[in-house]
Design a protein around this ligand. Sequence first.
Ligand code: TEU
Ligand code: CA
Length: 551
Amino acid sequence: PHSERWWKEAVAYQIYPRSFKDSNGDGIGDLNGISEKLDYLQELGIDLIWICPMYRSPNDDNGYDISDYHAIMAEFGTMADFDRLLEAVHARGMRLILDLVVNHTSDEHPWFLESRASKDNPKRDWYIWRDGRNGAEPNNWESIFNGSAWEYDPTIGQYFMHLFSRRQPDLNWENHQMREAVYDMMRWWLDKGIDGFRIDAIAHMKKEPTLADVPNPDNLPYAPSMVSHLNYDGLLDYVDDICAKVFNHYDIVTVGEMNGLDAAHAEEWVGEHRQRLNMVFQFEHVRLWEPEAGLRPEPAALKRIFTDWQTALEGRGWNALYVENHDVTRITSRWGDTERHWRESATCIAAMWFLMQGTPFIYQGQEIGMTNTRFTSLDAFDDVSAHNKARELQRQGMPEEEILAFLNRTGRDNSRTPMQWDASPFAGFSTHQPWLAVNPNYEMINVESQLWDAQSVLNFHREMIRLRKRERALVYGKYDLLLAEHPQIYAYSRTLGDDHIVVLCNLSGKHALWPEAALSLQGAICLLTNMEEGEDPYRLRPWETRVCKCF
Ligand code: TEU
Ligand code: CA
């Protein structure tokens, strides 16, 4: 059994502030916009809010390039606005966590400006500088955002490492002075009273120490140099240092963004007795989708990955549950069927991931079934990584329409379009043309139209959240996979003491049946469903989900 913690019982909601709500009509979401919508979030049943970076930033990567950790991005408001937001969240009994971006800073951060100024600057070693090799980059590592991971800086004539954009130089975590400065910054926010952090790109903080080339004989498109900085040996020593010096002194929740971790090693990160992180956002189910983005995964693959994580951590550590965020496409477009079964697939997938063991994180707009958008020109994209990718594909000679189709299918901007609040111009997000075009389907998909529709995706989420709060088995209960071999149905149970709840999801556009002998629903009571009751209890219609209490 699991120990009881507030953050295990919480339902979390991720806000991408630029796209959530614009309060002052400049087309850009802001902190006061978030404050305006707290009633909405509370009514939905949210207890924990994570806001993506709202710090001072030149916005090369929408705030993930921070130039001042102690200031608010001018477009988002002021520190007073932040303090008011934090207070209002707490007044409602909700909690707020921030994005902690310390793998890198902006190239406009004063630390970097000092570091680049001269070789003997005391902060030179706070970043990763190397001489070139034969007039070229120090090694063949690639940036996650395409191109070399090195940028030449003419001031001194050395290169600095950037795993993301060239305007996001990587901090050197081997340097203890730098660490102490970062720890002071963390304490500053925690002392202000925030409730924890989501730790950005934590998987990449440790680099292979010799910075050796990584051979790529086959010219693989997916950066092979990842092996030298993704969950690299010794990374946990950094984590232990952060926890010992900062996190463990506060009653907070921490979630690491942890690509490159599999279920077999999850316990090392979140095993409760280890006093490291509380949870990680693992990537295995997200990466099912690479590199052939657009193909819906087989239910078998989803079952394997989620079941591995559920089983590995049972009684030992806690999962963070999610299927959407600001870096991936919308889940109904990715795993569901927006053409024929938009509402059914949005709700069916919701029950599937949300009711497992762990703290669920809903991404803004997911609760109304927002879908991928469609841009008609490359200029319409905002994301720095999309533009880098487009340039690379252009160089490879891919025709423009194909690039457009590829980015429309895979691009991160799909999940960054403005939140669709109502059917008025600009979807009620703003009174002004937004920084990124509203998804053209906002007249059909928006909060207002779903509020009073009992069958809506929004009300399904609301009911599902209420159900989780009512049934402790859905929080602390043990997970067991059911109908393991069924090709269409993802089914599992949650058991706590005498309580036994079964979640059934037909992840397909076809009817799905199973024999009663494999899973009996005798005497079961239906707690939640996305359809009217059918005639046959052992048949699920396309994208039907049913959550039942069994006796
Ligand atoms: O994303 C980082 C991220 O997704 C990597 O950890 C991942 O391993 C990589 O994309 C491989 O697919 C975070 C933020 O969520 C993202 O928005 C930022 O752009 C990025 O860090 C840089 O700060
Ligand atoms: Ca604004």
